[in-house]
Design a protein around this ligand. Structure first.
Ligand SMILES: Cc1cc2nc3c(=O)[nH]c(=O)nc-3n(C[C@H](O)[C@H](O)[C@H](O)COP(=O)(O)O)c2cc1C
Length: 266
């Protein structure tokens, strides 16, 4: 295996860190690697907020589903799916007037723009993860930044079209820190040839056999099997409800409203 594959295959989500601060040199290398990620139309539809302030980290450890380890990471990187820059630039350079003159609609960012920006953002984030890992710096994604949209918007002074899609904790591995490589589903359930493969009940039973071993009858959720237990813990949990509410509020901004001065009628 070459060094790149060793780095990728040896990565784990790290939730406990060495006390050392991340050196400027290493942090710069991680941020530069993030910006080298592929990006749709070379637009770089993301922003990255570097967070070192202890008070902000503490706040995020609470607002991101009460995950105390967040506050212990020397650095947090908040990744924003960001279309604001391009639209500010368009507005400053008369794109609305151009569209008026040419009978075109000048539409605000909408769902499709958000999805594309998220694709861009996550490519950059994953480059940061791998670069960090190669420098002996562990990381963990935090998906809960999409919760409490109104609060996070205020905390980071976010404009309408910059959405906090994910965060990375960063910190050096401790010396001799044990790494547990988590198993994945078998590739036959994930990777298909040419067309989608619809899985049977038997397939699912085999696919989940290993994970379902952690199911216990006397679980706190009153669940009768692993699927019910997992749903109660994750998909149907309170934090997921808050995610749904928060994202719905944020999505209202990505509405594709017409920004031209000229009135267009259907
Ligand atoms: C989008 C995304 C969001 C995640 N959010 C969290 C999180 O909020 N807290 C956490 O401890 N881990 C989080 N993780 C890490 C996953 O739990 C982890 O990747 C998974 O359990 C597999 O473990 P591994 O990364 O060590 O292989 C997240 C990962 C991704 C990709």
């Amino acid at each position: 295996m070459n060094e790149t594959l060793k780095t990728i295959n040896g990565r784990v989500s790290l939730r406990g860190y060495d006390k050392r601060d991340i050196s400027k040199e290493d942090l710069d290398a991680i941020l530069e690697a993030a910006m080298r990620a592929p990006t749709a139309g070379n637009q770089m539809l993301y922003s990255i907020i570097v967070i070192k302030d202890e008070a902000t980290k503490k706040i995020l450890s609470k607002t991101c589903d009460n995950q105390a380890f967040i506050a212990t990471a020397p650095v947090l990187l908040l990744f924003l799916a960001d279309h604001q820059r391009w639209f500010d630039y368009y507005e400053q350079n008369g794109v609305g007037e151009y569209c008026d003159e040419h009978g075109l609609l000048f539409e605000a960012p909408q769902e499709s723009d958000l999805l594309l920006a998220i694709e861009d953002t996550m490519c950059a984030a994953q480059n940061a993860v791998i670069a960090a890992e190669s420098l002996g710096i562990g990381s963990c994604y935090i998906g809960d930044t999409v919760e409490h949209y109104e609060f996070h918007r205020e905390l980071f002074d976010l404009p309408d079209w910059a959405f906090p899609i994910a965060m990375l904790t960063l910190g050096y591995y401790r010396p001799e820190q044990p790494k547990v490589i988590k198993e994945r589903f078998d590739r036959e359930y994930i990777i298909f040839d040419e067309k989608y493969r619809h899985l049977s009940k038997e397939d699912y039973d085999k696919m989940f056999a290993s994970r379902a071993k952690i199911y216990k009858e006397d679980n706190q959720y009153g669940a009768k099997n692993f699927a019910q237990m997992f749903y109660a813990r994750k998909t149907g949990a309170e934090f997921s409800k808050e995610m749904a509410r928060s994202v719905r509020v944020a999505m209202k901004k990505w509405d594709g409203r017409i920004l031209n001065k000229k009135k267009f009628h259907d």
